[in-house]
Design a protein around this ligand. Structure first.
Ligand SMILES: Cc1cc2nc3c(=O)[nH]c(=O)nc-3n(C[C@H](O)[C@H](O)[C@H](O)COP(=O)(O)O)c2cc1C
Length: 183
């Protein structure tokens, strides 16, 4: 199901970014062709070298580096992708996508992709409960984004509550289900 499929993984700046490495590994083991784009803040949580080693592809973050804008990668990545997965999806990223903001490579790709987009939100409970976050989440869902719901559990801030990103295994299953439904 996943063999040879082009998946674009967007990693944003949350603690749960470490789980995305396992997700990438699972997809690559399935035979998927995975590209990773990171926001600038994501690199505070995990390094591009991890994803480059796992995917065998360069990780892009910047829109205006010569080798990237020359090839038009702000659109190219979106055109090639058969599925875009955002994991973790920060409150900030969800807000930007909900409002059509495209002020970096990761948000520009969200605005220019034509395939299905899935998001796995990850944040602490206070952020999760904010009316603004819930509003933005409803908006992106209304716009067609498939949400992989977070669960309740241990959060890095030391609390137990809602907002914990789904585990790599669950996100992997959702991706397979989605690709199967589109075959
Ligand atoms: C230690 C630390 C952990 C964070 N974890 C999260 C998180 O899990 N979810 C979230 O929405 N924001 C989190 N943030 C805040 C984001 O990094 C911040 O909103 C940032 O602007 C997100 O940028 P991006 O969406 O472009 O990656 C965290 C910040 C710090 C310093």
């Amino acid at each position: 199901m996943v063999e040879g499929r082009e998946i674009l993984l967007i990693v944003t700046g949350g603690i749960a970014a470490y789980k995305s490495a396992e997700l990438v590994s699972r997809l690559v083991q399935d035979g998927a062709k995975v590209s990773v784009v990171m926001t600038a803040h994501a690199s505070n949580f995990i390094g591009p070298a991890t994803f480059e080693a796992l995917t065998g592809r360069p990780v892009l973050s910047e829109m205006f580096l010569p080798q990237e804008h020359f090839r038009g990668e702000h659109i190219g990545q979106a055109n090639r992708a058969e599925l875009v997965v955002v994991a973790p999806a920060t409150a900030n990223y969800i807000a930007k996508v909900a409002h059509g903001i495209a002020d970096d490579l990761a948000t520009t790709l969200a605005l220019s992709c034509t395939c299905t987009m899935m998001m796995a939100p990850a944040m602490n409970t206070d952020m999760w409960n904010k009316p603004a976050l819930q509003r933005n989440l409803k908006q992106v869902e209304k716009d067609g984004v498939k949400i992989i719901a977070p669960g309740s559990g241990w959060l890095s801030c030391g609390l137990v509550g809602m907002g914990r990103m789904a585990d790599a295994e669950e996100i992997h299953e959702c991706i397979i289900k989605q690709l199967r439904s589109e075959k």
